[in-house]
Design a protein. Structure first.
Length: 235
């Protein structure tokens, strides 16, 4: 009853003039929700996923000593691992850099690849897809496990003056373990893809999956075992 009357009044109004309050419906502006509701409704921020696919929150760092140095969750989750942050400005600042971005930066090695960050981002995106296809797991979890397994826990340093030099076994700090793991993983992938029909993305996926399992087919695991064996001799 009442609504019909309102409609007929609006139709009867002269063109260009609206009687009563202008709601915006005539111009098709009004949303279903209405402005008042929109203002009061708290907006849920969407979960940040790597490449819009891989969830960061469910990743577990299985080694408690490396948890502070593998930046993968909460404030360190990124959609595209290209933050252009100045992580070299202060000591230990690089520990805040997203771990995926650190892997990408480590891949830009050897002169001809310097600065080709977008290329390395693309390679890593392909790597993640391959890992997910082959394992069915979250590729971020595979990456974190690979880093945890690939960093040597004990190493040997040179001690003594010139002439009498001997090796002394020392424990490795958590940050160096992460740094060395990234270096070894990237070196292994690069060497296995060189003069090979397999692409760097496929080699990287193989390297990460083997390292995550602790398999000695991984270059990084082999190197880590070798370093720890030498350190054990020099205790």
């Amino acid at each position: 009853g009442g609504f019909v009357m309102a409609d007929t009044e609006e139709v009867a109004a002269p063109e260009g003039e609206f009687e009563g309050e202008f709601t915006g419906e005539e111009a098709g502006w009004a949303d279903e929700g209405g402005d008042a509701e929109f203002a009061t409704a708290d907006v849920d921020t969407p979960e940040v996923k790597l490449f819009g696919k891989w969830a960061c929150d469910e990743v577990i760092v299985r080694d408690i000593s490396l948890a502070d140095y593998i930046a993968v969750k909460e404030g360190h989750a990124v959609m595209v691992p290209h933050t252009a942050g100045r992580y070299q400005v202060r000591r230990f600042r690089k520990a805040q850099c997203p771990i995926v971005e650190r892997l990408i930066v480590s891949m830009m090695r050897t002169g001809r690849n310097n600065g080709k960050k977008m290329m390395c981002v693309r390679i890593l995106r392909h790597t993640m897809e391959i890992i997910h296809l082959l394992t069915g797991e979250n590729p971020l979890q595979v990456l974190v496990d690979a880093i945890v397994n690939s960093g040597p826990r004990e190493d040997s340093t040179r001690v003594g003056r010139a002439g009498t030099v001997r090796r002394q076994a020392v424990e490795v700090s958590p940050l160096r373990r992460v740094n060395q793991a990234l270096y070894l993983l990237c070196t292994g992938a690069r060497e296995s893809s060189f003069r090979n029909i397999k692409s760097i993305a496929e080699c990287m996926a193989d390297e990460l999956m083997n390292a995550a399992k602790g398999s000695s087919n991984s270059y990084a695991i082999k190197k880590k075992d070798e370093l720890e064996r030498v350190a054990k001799v020099n205790r």
